[in-house]
Design a protein around this ligand. Structure first.
Ligand code: BTN
Length: 334
């Protein structure tokens, strides 16, 4: 099995062709000659694209013209928003998938190139950190990156920290909103969770050869569409049902900010240490009292530092406690 079906590839090329001819109608014959496939096959692909939300004008003699594009993460729609070499250069999209992280790992196993993005409008079994479910109704940017450049296993933890910084910085620039990071890599807006990041890795010996990096961002997710328990703690980027920022624009900004950071990690160079001071400046709880769950233990102290590998330091009754991994369960004020 190939990572991408010929139909997926052809639909991307079809949309690209229409985008390159924004004001012209293209006849069935022209398209059919261009792709060396029958007019019936073209019609079927256009029908599929219509089911994804693309709108075409079809006139008997003139042919087809693309009237509007949907707000989905679709390969040709993302390209104009990228300043990357690899990240986001191939994209696979499904209206509904169980989890883009699960799917991305499958795509990687079938040879998807480095930087491929798996995206969906909805996830039926979105995965969160620590085995939790991730509510993924319509209105979110649910995407997972396939990363296949080798990184030392000892530095794998830096990957999600880098993604947190890239997402926070690009979203702040794009929206002007005061988006902050909660350790290790949640993004908060007004103290509520806006975005979660989940990396899953495959390693051999001491090297990570495949990582899938999932980013879940509530763009216009409505409160009533997530479980009651999450309604008070989540927030969407845009309070209305339509976002002023398309998914392609948002994803393009995040991927463009992430690529140089990820590359520095692959070259066994700076990695997180290169953006540590930015992370501290963006942190929601530096110098504040936090409560951290460390396995079975729950510790409360003042958050005072983060080191070059992402280990948090908290001060508990005058003693410094290192927290390499865990979860912040409470903070003084956000
Ligand atoms: C967290 O618990 O904070 C991490 C949430 C990560 C959610 C994203 S949505 C896209 C990708 N696919 C998944 O199944 N999970 C991640």
């Amino acid at each position: 099995m190939s990572w991408r079906t010929p139909a997926d590839a052809l639909r991307n090329e079809l949309i690209e062709l229409f985008l390159n001819h924004p004001t012209e109608s293209l006849s069935g014959e022209t398209i059919s000659e261009h792709f060396h496939i029958s007019r019936t096959a073209i019609w079927k692909h256009l029908e599929h694209l219509e089911s994804l939300g693309f709108v075409f004008d079809a006139a008997p003699r003139r042919g087809y013209r693309l009237l509007s594009t949907p707000d989905i993460l679709f390969e040709p729609l993302l390209q104009p928003h990228l300043s990357t070499h690899s990240l986001g250069r191939s994209v696979l999209y499904r209206p509904v998938i169980d989890s883009t992280n699960r799917w991305a790992m499958e795509l990687a196993e079938h040879g998807a190139p480095h930087g491929t993005v798996a995206s969906a409008k909805e996830q039926s079994a979105g995965k969160g950190r620590r085995g939790r479910m991730w509510a993924s109704p319509e209105g979110g940017l649910w995407m997972t990156l396939v990363l296949t450049k080798p990184i030392p296993l000892s530095r794998a933890g830096e990957l999600t920290l880098l993604a947190g910084v890239a997402a926070a910085q690009s979203l702040r620039t794009l929206t002007g909103l005061d988006i902050r990071i909660k350790w290790p890599n949640d993004l908060l807006l007004n103290g509520r969770k806006l975005c979660g990041i989940l990396a899953e890795i495959r390693a051999e010996a001491e090297t990570v050869h495949t990582a899938v990096l999932g980013i879940g961002l509530n763009l216009t997710v409505a409160r009533e569409d997530v479980p009651a328990l999450l309604q008070e703690t989540m927030i969407s980027l845009s309070p209305s049902t339509s976002s002023p920022w398309t998914k392609a624009r948002v994803a393009g900004a995040i991927l463009s900010a992430l690529e140089p950071l990820y590359d520095s990690l692959c070259q066994d160079a700076a990695g997180f240490s290169g953006v540590r001071s930015e992370w501290i400046a963006l942190c929601a709880h530096m110098q504040r009292t936090i409560t951290v769950r460390l396995g079975e233990q729950v510790v409360t102290g003042t958050c005072v530092d983060i080191d070059e590998r992402g280990t948090l330091t908290i001060e508990v009754e005058g003693k410094r406690v290192q927290v390499p991994s865990g979860e912040i369960v409470r903070t003084e004020v956000w």
